[in-house]
Write a protein that binds this ligand. Structure first.
Ligand code: GLN
Length: 227
C-alpha cells in the first residue's frame, strides 16, 4: 500500500516536472525589475546574461506577462511609498499569490519581510522573517565577504551596503547562506531574499537560482489556471 502510494507520487512528480519543462524554461523568462531607484540596471544586465528578457517596472501594467519580479536595493522607505502610491503594493501581493517568483535584495528584502524594525515600517509581508534595518552598524555597513552558500560548492562573494540584519526567520523559511551567524540569503517557497547585492558580484549563482524559481512559479501558475 505504502509502496503503491510512493510509486504514484513519484509518477506524478515526474509528470509535473515534464509539464513544467515543456511549459517554461529558464531562458524564456520575462523578469520585471522594480525601477524606482538603486541598481536595477545591474540586475537587468545579469538576468539578460543568463538568457532572460527584462522589463523595468514602474506601473501595475508593467507587471503584465512577467514570470518573476526583482525588488532591488535602495531605500526601502522611499520604495514602499512608491509602491503604495502607484498601486503596486497590492499588485505585487497578487502577483505573488498567483505563484510567481519574487527576489528582493537589501531594501527589497526589507520590503518582503513580515516584520521590519529600526524603525518599524509597513512591508509586503511575503517572506516570514524579522529584519532590522541598517543592522550591521556603521563599520560593517558596507563591505565584501566570502561565505559558504547552499547553492554552490565555492564560497560566495557577498557585497553588503548598509544591509539589514535578518534577526529571525519563520518555520517555512530556509536559510541558504549566513554571515556572522545571521541569515543573509533566505527562501520561502517562490520568494527569495538576500541582504547583500549579488548583482554587484561576477558570480551568477543567485540570479540563476531565481530564474529556476521563476520558471517553476510560472509553470505552476499556468497549470493552476487550466485546472
Ligand atoms: N539601508 C537601506 C534601507 O534600510 C537598504 C540599503 C540597500 O538597499 N543597500 O532601506
Amino acid at each position: 500500500m505504502v509502496k503503491l502510494a510512493a510509486a504514484k507520487l513519484a509518477a506524478r512528480t515526474i509528470l509535473t516536472k515534464n509539464v513544467i519543462d515543456r511549459l517554461r524554461s529558464e531562458d524564456d523568462m520575462k523578469i520585471g525589475i522594480l525601477a524606482v531607484q538603486g541598481d536595477f540596471a545591474a540586475h537587468a544586465a545579469r538576468l539578460r546574461e543568463l538568457g532572460a528578457a527584462t522589463v523595468e517596472v514602474r506601473t501595475v501594467a508593467d507587471l503584465d506577462g512577467c514570470d518573476g519580479l526583482v525588488l532591488p536595493g535602495g531605500e526601502s522607505t522611499t520604495q514602499l511609498q512608491f509602491l503604495q502610491e502607484e498601486g503596486l503594493y497590492g499588485a505585487i501581493r497578487k502577483f505573488s499569490a498567483a505563484g510567481h517568483a519574487i527576489f528582493g535584495t537589501c531594501a527589497g528584502a526589507i520590503l518582503l519581510a513580515t516584520q521590519v524594525k529600526n524603525p518599524a515600517q509597513d512591508s509586503l509581508q511575503l517572506l516570514d522573517m524579522t529584519v532590522l534595518r541598517n543592522g550591521y552598524g556603521r563599520q560593517l555597513a558596507s563591505d565584501v565577504f566570502f561565505e559558504p552558500c547552499k547553492l554552490t560548492s565555492k564560497p560566495l562573494e557577498m557585497v553588503f551596503i548598509r544591509g539589514p540584519v535578518i534577526e529571525k526567520v519563520g518555520r517555512g523559511t530556509s536559510v541558504l547562506a549566513k554571515h556572522q551567524g545571521k541569515p543573509v540569503l533566505v527562501q520561502n517557497g517562490h520568494v527569495l531574499a538576500a541582504t547583500f547585492h549579488p548583482e554587484l558580484s561576477p558570480d551568477p549563482t543567485v540570479h540563476a537560482y531565481f530564474l529556476k524559481l521563476a520558471a517553476n512559479g510560472s509553470a505552476l501558475a499556468k497549470l493552476r489556471c487550466r485546472s
